[in-house]
Design a protein around this ligand. Structure first.
Ligand code: GLU
Length: 278
């Protein structure tokens, strides 16, 4: 009797788990094609990165990634009013795509082999590089070679720059991992860390907002190819997004989008990357 009851409870628990798995995770069973037929898309962006993906106080969205997202959506037949932007923090991006919380993500998202195990990428549409940001009065951090002496360096959990520091400077610096770059910037301003590290273009956006209080130092020391992350295996959508990126580059909108957003804050020349149709 006792065994039977335990068995029944066990089976019940399995059934509940299966139902929960089928309905759970905020996911819905609809695909991007269903959403496109309705003229709708949910796109993941950053909400706190000035010039790239930024939610303004009036609720509007600004930045280079926003313009890339809107152009691609347009080529897929979706008007700006059909787009719902969702915040896609660094560490949650693969999960959001896998759960179907977003149709795709345009959020300073580096293409890596590790991430490709879970999601696919269209693009790249931009190439950035890891750099360092410090307060304007800082003199002892001048570039990657200054990463010694147990200095406190802030980056974001789940990001490629945080991983790079762990791989190369684990014993030289103290890595402080927060969930967004805006939190790292607060930590830098309050003096609780010595520098912030991530892609140059992200740091340039924050430096631009800080009116001379913060400065980028040294050269970039990694290559970060920004892709548009989407559900793994969706070759059809990936090809269409790649076509859209190529058209955006060819018709001049890609360059204009950059110049109207983050461009003026970054002082290197702009070369369009070739999309990788892997
Ligand atoms: N591009 C890097 C990455 O995808 C850093 C920027 C970010 O965290 O969004 O990890």
């Amino acid at each position: 009797m006792r065994i039977n009851r335990t068995l029944r409870l066990g089976i019940g628990a399995i059934a509940v788990t299966l139902v929960a798995a089928a309905c759970g995770g905020g996911s819905d069973a609809t695909t991007i094609d269903d959403h496109l037929r309705e003229g709708k898309l949910t796109i993941g962006i950053k909400f706190d990165q000035p010039g790239l993906g930024f939610r303004d106080t009036d609720g509007s969205y600004q930045g280079y990634d926003v313009k890339i997202a809107e152009y691609v959506a347009g080529k897929l037949g979706v008007r700006p009013e059909g787009i719902t932007f969702r915040e896609a923090p660094t560490a949650q991006r693969e999960t959001m795509i896998m759960n179907g919380d977003v149709d795709f993500i345009v959020a300073t998202y580096s293409i890596t082999d590790e991430r490709k195990k879970k999601v696919d990428f269209a693009g790249p549409y931009f190439v950035a590089g890891q750099a360092l940001l410090v307060k304007k009065e800082t003199t002892d951090i001048t570039g990657v070679e200054s990463l010694t002496g147990n200095k406190k360096l802030c980056s974001v959990e789940g990001s490629t720059p945080a991983q790079y520091v762990k791989d190369h400077y684990a014993t030289d610096v103290q890595l402080v991992e927060l969930d967004t770059y805006s939190r790292c910037i607060e930590a830098l301003r309050s003096g609780s860390v010595d520098a912030v590290t991530t892609d140059d273009i992200i740091l340039a956006g924050f430096a631009g907002q800080a009116s001379g209080e913060l400065k980028l130092v040294g050269d970039t020391f990694t290559t970060e190819k920004y892709g548009i992350g989407l559900r793994k295996g969706d070759q059809g959508t990936r090809a269409k997004i790649n076509d859209a990126i190529e058209e955006m580059i060819a018709d001049g909108s890609w360059k204009r989008a950059f110049e109207e957003t983050i461009g003026p804050l970054r002082d290197s020349t702009l070369t369009p990357p070739a999309v990788d149709r892997y």
